[in-house]
Each structure stands twice: as C-alpha cells, then as structure tokens.
Write a protein that binds this ligand. Structure first.
Ligand SMILES: Cc1cc2nc3c(=O)[nH]c(=O)nc-3n(C[C@H](O)[C@H](O)[C@H](O)COP(=O)(O)OP(=O)(O)OC[C@H]3O[C@@H](n4cnc5c(N)ncnc54)[C@H](O)[C@@H]3O)c2cc1C
Length: 473
C-alpha cells in the first residue's frame, strides 16, 4: 500500500479547505502540504459555469466585503482587479407578501410602508425602550427578534432573512452563533437602534454604520469577481496545482505516534491484489474541512464524543434554479436585488435574486438572469423533486410574480443536498466538543461552515485561523 508523509493534510476542497491549503502551501516548504478532495471539482459549493453569455453561480453568488482576511486573500491571489461590487440598484430589496412585491424600506418611509400592520410598525418603534437581556441563556433568532422588535416583525422581516441566509428556521437557530454581531449590539449598547446610532455617531461614517448590519440583514456590500464567484475557486486550484488531489474520498483518520494516518478510497478504483484501491497518507497535522456529518465518520475511531456531537448538526438542503430571459420577456423592471419570501407565506421558494441587476456583467446585453432559491430547512424534500416539479414551483413563485413569459434562453437546476449547517441552541456544546477533541489529539483541526459561520468570509477567516495555529506549533 503506498504511503506518503506530509506536514499537513487538508481534507475537503470546499472554500474552507482551499483557504487552509493555500495559506499553508504558500508559507511552508513546497511538497509538505496535501489537499484531498472526494469529488472531481475544487471549490465545494463555490462554482460558476458559463452558458450563452450568462454566469451561473451554483451556490453562493458573492461575499460581503467586510472581512479584511478575505480581501487580503483576494489580493494575494492576484484577483483584486477582478472584484465587482453589487450595483447601486441592488439597494432596493423586496418581500413577497400575499402575492405582491413590497419594498423593504427603512425609516422614515417604513412608517407608511405596507410591510407590517400599523400595530406591527408601532411595536417595532418601541425597540429602544425594550430592556436588554441580562442572562447568558441561549436564545433563538426568532425569540430575540420577537422580544426586541415584536412578533410580527420577527415573522415577516427576520424569519425571511434567516431563511434567505441559512435556509433555516429562525425559531430553531441560535442568535449567538448565527448572528453574533446582533447579539453584541444588544449586549454592548442595550439594543439595535442604539447600536446603529452609536455606529453612525462620532467619527464613523454612514458606510461604516452600514457595515455593522441591523435587523434587515448583515452588513457589508455584496462582492463577486468578473466571471462569477467560481473564479475564486478556479484561481486557488490553479495556484495549488499538484498540492490538491481530486477523486480522493477520505474514509478514515487514525492516530499513530507523532501524527495521523489518513485513508482514502479513490473514486472508481476497483480493489485488486496489485492495486488495493485505497491510498494511505501520513501527516503531523490534519485539517478536517468536510461537512460535519462526514467529519463525524472520519474521527469516530478515536474521538467518539466529538463525532457524536458533529453528527448531531442538521443541514438544510437547497435547490438553485438559474433562468435567463430576453429583457422584453419580463414585465417587471427588476430594479433591485430581488425578493425574499417569509415562511408564513408557506411557499417552497425562499426567494429570487435578480442577478443581472446586482451584477450587470453576469449576462449578455439585453438578457436578464434570475436565480431562484428553493427548499431550506422547512422543505428537505426539495432536492428529491424532479426538474418538472421544481419548474412548476418557479413558475408560480417567480414567473407569475415578475411577469416572465415564453421559453427561457437558459435554464439550469443545481441541487445541494445537506448543504447549510443549522446552528441550533446547543451549538456552543458542539464547538466545545470539537475544541476538546483538538486539545486531546494535538495536530487535529476542524474548520468549515459547520463551526463559526456559514458565509464564505467566515469559512475563509476560520481556515486562516487554523493555518495560524499550525504555524504557531
Ligand atoms: C445555494 C447556496 C447559496 C449560498 N449563498 C451564499 C452567498 O451568497 N454568500 C456566502 O458567503 N455564502 C453562501 N452560501 C454558503 C457558503 O457557500 C458555504 O457555507 C461554504 O461555501 C461552505 O464551504 P466549506 O468549505 O465549509 O464546505 P463545502 O463547500 O461543503 O466543501 C466541503 C468539501 O468536502 C468534500 N468532501 C466531502 N466528503 C469528503 C471526503 N470523505 N473526503 C474528501 N473530501 C470530501 C466535498 O466534496 C466538498 O468539496 C451558500 C450556500 C449554498 C448551498
């Protein structure tokens, strides 16, 4: 059985694994780092394909520009000149309420907008008077929002945002772990409005305040790359070269003196006496950057408590439908970011992004690209539906809403089973179990969306944190 010895092996070639492997391989002696990826593609959910002049993002369509580590990495990769920021038109965002698109507006327009009932609007205005929570008991995003801005705003505004970001149910998700900045706004300033005022005050600009985020969404400007966000993964893959091996599904991690043994099955390999079909690598450090339900299986043999905790994280499944029309085929002017659909509307569609309005370069002249997100935690069955079933939903929840008619120029469906981890109220215990396993087994590290944020910027920042810990050894 062939066996190779490395300084560090990174398992999983999603954005977290790519960031960790890239940082390590550019700082360590060449040939000391290996990335093992099960599929034939490097990037995980971060992927763009191009068709008829349109950029089709399979998963994320960009990142928020508020994380310096991400921007530093983009510069290091030589991609700074390819950055594109969301168009100003994208500032207009909508909710689909009772079949109608209603614009999300802040004060003072909010007072007359039909987003909430009059009572709901008045209740939201009372937010500065609500006393801050003083204890450390875990709280759901929904409970926090209902307590601070009222139940109606929690159901309409916040639940839609949570569904849009996490594909998740606000009643099940932990505020502290999903929106740590919002928890800090209450802890440090006593409330959301006060925190926003504080951010606007002093020497800080309005733009800085916008970066802080608020009840209508996280802060920062959506940013992508010319050619689509998949360019990021493509560039990292080019620079990693032979550091990264695809088609290598890790089946087990074992401990041995001075490090770890990583066992892989090669996709399509048939075991025979001359070729046992699997491959063995040895390393002092192992970075586990796969979904937590995979990580749990890999460490089961020596860290069963952590494995049990990791296996307990549930994931939301999503389907993304990319559909393009000639401009004249769509009645709505599509000036804006797109719309979210609050869960109380009881639809399988989470929302629709007007991609060519956000990033005009994402389609050819005279064409419009829509990206529809479906499923999420309330609808795990979405990834089992046929193309025809998904299209029927898209027709009702999107085509009928924006007045799209005729045959689309492009139509692609991307399914993401078990894609976005759901940080429940016990997520603190999950993190603690992972950290205990890292302490008990020096050289073992966990990173990726299962831990400290699902956004690309959080995955990258966490992967760099792991790389720094390895350098510090
Ligand atoms: C539809 C969708 C839209 C999103 N939109 C946004 C957005 O707009 N902005 C944003 O910031 N974030 C967005 N996200 C979230 C973000 O894309 C993800 O959280 C992030 O990309 C996860 O990266 P990761 O490296 O942790 O995991 P993954 O991308 O899941 O990568 C894990 C990798 O591990 C590999 N693997 C699995 N098992 C094994 C094994 N046994 N051996 C070796 N390799 C293995 C997988 O093949 C995969 O490549 C979105 C996610 C989805 C699904």
């Amino acid at each position: 059985m062939p066996s190779d010895q490395f300084h560090t092996i990174v398992i999983g070639g999603g954005i977290a694994g790519l960031a960790a492997a890239h940082r390590l391989s550019t700082r360590l002696e060449r040939g000391r780092v290996r990335l093992l990826e099960a599929s034939d593609y490097l990037g995980g959910h971060v992927r763009t394909t191009r068709e008829a002049g349109y950029q089709l993002d399979w998963g994320p369509n960009g990142f928020l520009d508020r994380e310096p580590k991400m921007l530093e990495w983009i510069r290091e990769l030589g991609l700074e000149g390819e950055l594109v920021q969301a168009d100003h038109a994208a500032a207009h965002r909508f909710l689909l309420l009772k079949g109608r698109l209603v614009e999300l507006v802040g004060p003072p327009k909010f007072l007359v907008a039909p987003l909430l009932s009059v009572a709901g609007r008045l209740r939201l205005l009372l937010e500065p008077l609500i006393r801050a929570k003083r204890d450390d008991a875990p709280e759901s995003v929904f409970h926090f929002a209902a307590r601070r801005i009222g139940r109606e705003a929690a159901e309409t505004l916040v639940s839609a945002m949570v569904l849009g970001i996490f594909g998740g149910d606000a009643k099940q998700l932990s505020l502290q772990h999903c929106f740590p900045r919002m928890a800090a706004m209450e802890r440090e300033h006593g409330g959301l409005f006060r925190a926003m005022l504080a951010a606007r005050g002093g020497s800080r600009s309005r733009a800085t305040a916008a970066r802080a985020g608020g009840p209508l969404g996280p802060g920062g400007t959506l940013t992508s790359l010319r050619g689509g966000i998949g360019r990021l993964a493509e560039r990292v893959a080019e620079q990693l070269g032979e550091v990264a091996m695809t088609g290598m599904a890790v089946t087990r991690i074992e401990k041995e003196s001075g490090g770890f043994v990583v066992r892989c099955g090669r996709a399509g390999a048939r075991p025979s006496p001359s070729d046992p079909g699997d491959q063995v690598f040895r390393a002092k450090h192992v970075v586990v950057a796969v979904p937590s339900y995979v990580a749990a299986k890999l460490i089961q043999g020596f860290a069963s408590d952590a494995a049990t905790r990791l296996a307990s994280i549930t994931y939301a499944s999503l389907a993304v439908v990319c559909v393009a029309f000639r401009r004249e085929r769509v009645a709505h002017d599509l000036r804006g970011f797109g719309y979210l659909i609050p869960p109380k509307e009881r639809r399988e569609t989470l929302g629709c992004l007007w991609t060519t309005s956000i990033f005009p370069g994402a389609g050819p002249e005279g064409g419009v690209l829509l990206r529809v997100m479906l499923g999420g935690a309330p609808h795990p069955e979405i990834v089992e539906k046929s193309d025809e079933e998904l299209l029927a939903i898209v027709k009702r929840d999107v085509f009928d809403v924006v007045g799209a008619e005729g045959t689309p120029e492009v139509l692609r469906i991307f399914r993401h089973p078990r894609a976005i981890p759901q940080y429940g109220l016990d997520h603190g215990a999950v993190l603690q179990a992972a950290e205990e396993a890292e302490r008990a087994h020096p050289g073992l590290y966990f990173t990726g969306s299962a831990f400290r944020g699902v956004a690309m910027i959080d995955c990258v920042a966490d992967a760099f944190r792991v790389a720094e810990r390895i350098f510090a050894q």
